[in-house]
Design a protein around this ligand. Structure first.
Ligand code: BES
Ligand code: MN
Ligand code: ZN
Length: 489
């Protein structure tokens, strides 16, 4: 499992900078005087810092962007990185500045000169998120990263401020590892074992096996997994940091460890991407890890449905009818619309057992949401304006794109089946909305609910300011903030 690279905070030691090896990153604000450490480095380089800052290239830097000076004469380091300071209050730009620093992190030491910058902790968060690297399957000697030192005016205060942010980074890295892992490694069994590891942090974890799921009547979920050698499982994770009698918030995740489409098999091109079809479950796991690490004062239960969607002699067929735990019957028109079948049963179980005060599900549910929103925003569907608005605010504050989508009876009507209570698909048009309508049928009246379709945002094909290409961990930060702001004290 990868952890965020550790960052040490210490007071600014001006003379140590002259001899520092590796890379030195200085946070600078064009047009503003350098601090004592910056001035000392400028003097040692005979004014190179000041000249660089006066250049056109520096003038073009946006907050959070960086420029490099290689092998600066007068210093022992290999590179001096000038990172444009964000506005004093801008958290997002502070993280982005950290991201610019974390991007090139290798084996050599890194010294960040933050001096009295009030967002030093946020810079550190951005740094460790961007420095994340999935190397589990790279042969050869594993290259360690760092050490990373940050020189700040008040090291103890910054270290205290950074602790909950590093809990957040741990959660994001946990999610990314799970999503990046291939399906021959992250089987349903392996996934469940990794979640059992959360017990060490004080999370209560139960694994429900197929026999139990059958007893509960989860035939919709079991139908999806019946063509796979890997047994289907539901994992329940309870974090009880709040008051005893306080109803929990439930987080529900789609955990399809691989989605071939089943008998309605997907085309070969790009199918390898479907290792990320457990992304919703990955986010739920990451949030639970963060909550436990920062000892959140909230009751939150995470439930994930772990299945593999494979074609096989025993696999579910198009046209099969299954009965859900709720009791409604579903005509499976397309075995590739499997996520909603899994979620239907886990959503119902979550409400039945925990009587939660709210339910948020996450799923890489539809290709249609990618057609609608691209990779910039996740689709947000909700039956509760207050909860939805809180979530959208939290996502905005964390820089995680989220856009509310419509719902309504007209869409729901498309799920009508000739022979069962509903079909599992509502046609190509508005496909992300009819998928949400399907889920809504398994949400009890008066339970505030949000469905997040993260098919477009769970994975990125290009490097991002705060993540290398691959799994993003989208949603861990927004949900953590939502819980902090809405459910803690
Ligand atoms: N896991 C896919 C959705 C998906 C597509 C996620 C692309 C990430 C990237 C889901 O199970 C699926 O196959 N959905 C179908 C539904 C259709 C058959 C109604 C789709 O979107 O094509
Ligand atoms: Mn599918
Ligand atoms: Zn799927």
């Amino acid at each position: 499992m990868s952890h965020p690279v550790p960052v040490q905070f210490r007071e600014t030691e001006v003379e140590a900078l002259i001899a520092a090896e590796g890379r030195i990153a200085i946070l600078v604000e064009p047009g503003t005087a350098l601090g004592p450490a910056g001035r000392r480095i400028d003097r040692a380089t005979r004014g190179a810092v000041a000249r660089a800052l006066a250049s056109d290239a520096a003038a073009k830097l946006k907050p959070g962007e960086a420029m490099d000076l290689a092998y600066p004469a007068g210093l022992a380091c290999d590179a001096l990185q000038l990172v444009r300071l964000p506005k004093r209050t801008d958290t997002a730009a502070a993280r982005k500045a950290g991201g610019a620093i974390g991007r090139g992190l290798g084996e050599k030491p890194l010294t960040v000169v933050a001096e009295a910058h009030p967002r030093a902790a946020e810079v550190a968060l951005g740094l460790v998120l961007r420095a994340y690297d999935f190397t589990a399957h790279k042969s050869g000697e594993k290259k360690l990263q760092g050490p990373v030192r940050m020189m700040v005016a008040a090291p103890e205060a910054v270290a205290a401020e950074v602790a909950p942010l590093m809990a957040l980074a741990e959660g994001v890295c946990f999610t990314r590892d799970l999503v990046n892992e291939p399906a021959n490694v992250l089987t349903t069994q392996d996934f469940a074992e990794r979640l059992l590891g959360l017990r060490d942090l004080g999370v209560e974890v139960e694994v429900l096996e197929e026999a139990e799921l059958a007893k509960l009547g989860m035939r919709a979920l079991l139908g999806v997994g019946q063509g796979s050698e890997s047994p289907s499982k539901v994992v329940v994770m309870q974090w009880k940091g709040g008051a005893r009698d306080d109803a929990p918030l439930a987080l529900v995740g789609k955990g399809v460890v691989f989605d071939t489409g089943g008998i309605s098999i997907k085309p070969a091109a790009g199918m390898e991407e479907m290792t990320m079809d457990m992304g919703g479950a990955g986010v739920v796991a990451g949030v639970m890890r963060t909550l436990a690490l920062r000892k959140a004062k909230a009751n939150v239960v995470g439930l994930v449905g772990l299945v593999e969607n494979m074609p096989d002699g025993r696999a579910q067929r198009p046209g099969d009818v299954v009965r859900s735990m709720k009791g409604d019957t579903i005509e499976v028109i397309n075995t590739d619309a499997e996520g909603r079948l899994v979620l239907a049963d886990v959503l119902w179980y979550a409400q039945d057992r925990f009587k939660p005060k709210g339910v948020i599900d996450l799923a890489t549910l539809t290709g249609a949401i990618i057609i609608a929103l691209g990779h910039e925003n996740a689709g947000v569907f909700s039956n509760d304006d207050a909860l939805c608005t809180s979530f959208l605010k939290a996502a905005m504050a964390e820089g995680e794109g989220a856009w509310r989508m419509p719902m309504g009876e007209g869409y729901d009507a498309r799920l009508k089946s000739r022979i069962a209570d509903m079909m599992n698909v509502g046609g190509r048009e508005g496909g992300a909305v009819t998928a949400a309508q399907f889920l809504a049928r398994f949400v009890k009246p008066d339970v505030p609910w949000i469905h997040l379709d993260i098919a477009g945002v769970a994975l990125s094909k290009a490097d991002q300011p705060l993540a290398p290409k691959g799994a993003t961990g989208w949603g861990v930060m927004a949900l953590n903030r939502l819980i902090r702001d809405r459910h803690e004290g």
